[in-house]
Design a protein around this ligand. Structure first.
Ligand code: GDP
Length: 471
């Protein structure tokens, strides 16, 4: 398995000599253009020239089987995304096995009596979806667009539609809160249609289901609609061969180190293998299913938690299996170099595009401010993240490395420490003293606010402190 230098040149559009130079740089022996490179090396080289080489092993004598759809829930704030996910999660396989108690792990699977199943990504909202897409991760097969029956189409409804359209992901509409007296599903249908959604009952192929997340009605219909949509899409994956998978969520556990929720797209992920994840690497020490049960292998659309990485990857990073520790280290180092180069390029682009920057001989260093945002609900987290983006300038790069809903936890502090970030708590309770203490010991700044305006003030001051002369 592998490809020749000649073949790689054709696929990347690079000259053979360019590729040979890169090969020498990464310490590979270089022979003729008809020498075969291993897939890892080919990938590494392709990345160095900015080309994403899809792995080749998928259609060689492997078994291709239908796989469950992976679904993301999107929609306007307060229209019931979280409630709907909660209601669906209660019917999930893990919830049944664990007696209803599940921890948030980024994804869950709902199994049908027919034997079919659906995988739901557990982070509602657009930020997660875009973050994944930004890394080229086509994880989501179907978007559930939640629209409140009493409120109708709102700005973020349209935004979600735009996201789905851009990603070419089909939508199934869930009109929620149908239990409310003010519910008007018919009006919502008309609004959606006038926004260009071709609804099924109007001759299109977008299915619409009426539900109530609160009363837990219509959930079966929603699940049926998702399976029907999946059937029409003819989702398939090969089970054999090394896994191709994506990170859905990553967090640091104090005892176990980086824990990654991953969804396999193709192949089988096997315990004990070396992997490269984004620019991190490791050896898979344990795989757990969503009920926390240890397993040896993960197959397509099955969300699992994996343990054994050396560093913390990001949502949307790809996971590839490599044959040895040496390869894993090398590929990870190559990617780190590439990412760093891209980051610098982006910063330079930012400088060029901004007319207000005065050209100077010394390139001013752009100060990066890694930030973790925690808020009471997804909507405020999104609003804070957007507001922070407005602080970006050629001198300052506000890098939101992690967002979350809920109170501050030790894992937030751990992550802040890992990436040198400060933490913003928006509209949440003050953390318990043990957490504050841990943060101050690690020299992590926590900013607690309830008003965006005050928050931006505080951050502005912080930026002046960190990077004098930038504002
Ligand atoms: P999100 O911001 O989209 O995640 O919305 P949430 O799930 O947090 O729900 C917003 C509010 O709507 C909460 O107060 C929920 O209790 C309420 N809600 C959600 N689903 C329903 C529903 O089906 N019926 C009614 N009556 N209220 C609902």
């Amino acid at each position: 398995e592998g490809m020749t230098i000649d073949e790689l040149a054709k696929r990347t559009g690079q000259s053979i000599s360019t590729l040979q130079t890169i090969l020498t740089n990464v310490g590979e022996k270089v022979g003729s253009e008809f020498d075969t490179l291993s897939i890892d090396i080919a990938e590494l080289v392709a990345m160095e020239v900015g080309v994403n080489v899809r792995r080749l092993h998928s259609n060689e004598g492997t078994e291709i089987l239908p796989r469950p759809p992976v679904v993301t829930v999107m929609g306007h704030v307060d229209h019931g995304k979280t409630s709907l996910l909660d209601a669906l999660r209660q019917t999930s396989v893990a919830a049944k096995e664990a007696g209803g108690i599940t921890q948030h792990v980024g994804a869950f699977v709902v199994g049908m009596t027919s034997g079919a199943s659906i995988t739901f990504l557990d982070t509602p909202g657009h930020a997660a979806f875009s973050a994944m897409r930004a890394r080229g991760a086509a994880v989501t097969d179907i978007v559930v667009l939640v629209v409140a029956a009493d409120d109708g189409v709102m700005p973020q409804t349209l935004e979600a539609m735009a996201h789905a359209k851009a990603a070419k992901v089909p939508i199934v509409v869930a009109i929620n809160k149908c239990d409310k007296p003010a519910a008007n599903a018919e009006k919502v249908r008309l609004q959606l249609a006038s926004e260009g959604l071709l609804l099924e009952d109007m001759g299109g192929d977008v299915q619409v289901v009426e539900v109530s997340a609160m009363k837990k009605t219509g959930l079966d219909n929603l699940e049926e609609a998702l399976l029907l949509q999946a059937e029409m899409m003819d989702l398939k994956a090969c089970i054999d061969g090394p896994a191709q998978a994506y990170v859905v969520e990553a967090r640091l556990d104090r005892g176990k180190g980086p824990l990654v929720t991953a969804i396999v797209k193709a192949g089988t992920l096997i315990c004990g293998k070396y992997v490269v994840v984004g620019s991190e690497w490791g050896r898979i020490r344990a795989i757990r299913d969503m009920a926390g049960k240890s397993t040896e292998r993960a197959t397509p659309a099955m969300p699992v938690e994996i343990e054994g990485l050396k560093g913390l990857p990001r949502a949307g990073d790809d996971i590839i299996v490599v044959e040895s520790e040496e390869r894993a280290r090398m590929l990870s180092a190559g990617r780190k170099r590439k990412f760093e180069k891209d980051r610098l390029m982006k910063i330079m682009d930012g400088r060029v595009e901004d007319p207000e920057t005065e050209p100077s001989d010394e390139a001013p260093k752009r100060v990066e401010l890694p930030i973790i945002v925690k808020g009471d609900v997804q909507g405020t987290v999104q609003a804070v993240t957007d507001a922070l983006g407005s602080l970006n300038s050629p001198q300052v790069f506000v890098n939101v490395v992690h967002v979350g809903v809920g109170s501050l936890s030790q894992s937030d502090v751990d992550m802040a420490q890992a990436c040198g970030a400060c933490i913003i708590g928006f509209n949440i309770k003050a953390p318990p003293s043990s957490i504050s203490l841990a943060a101050s010991r690690a020299n992590i700044k926590i900013m607690q606010h309830r008003v965006i305006y005050h928050l931006l003030d505080d951050i502005g001051n912080f930026i002046v402190e960190k990077a004098p002369g930038t504002t």
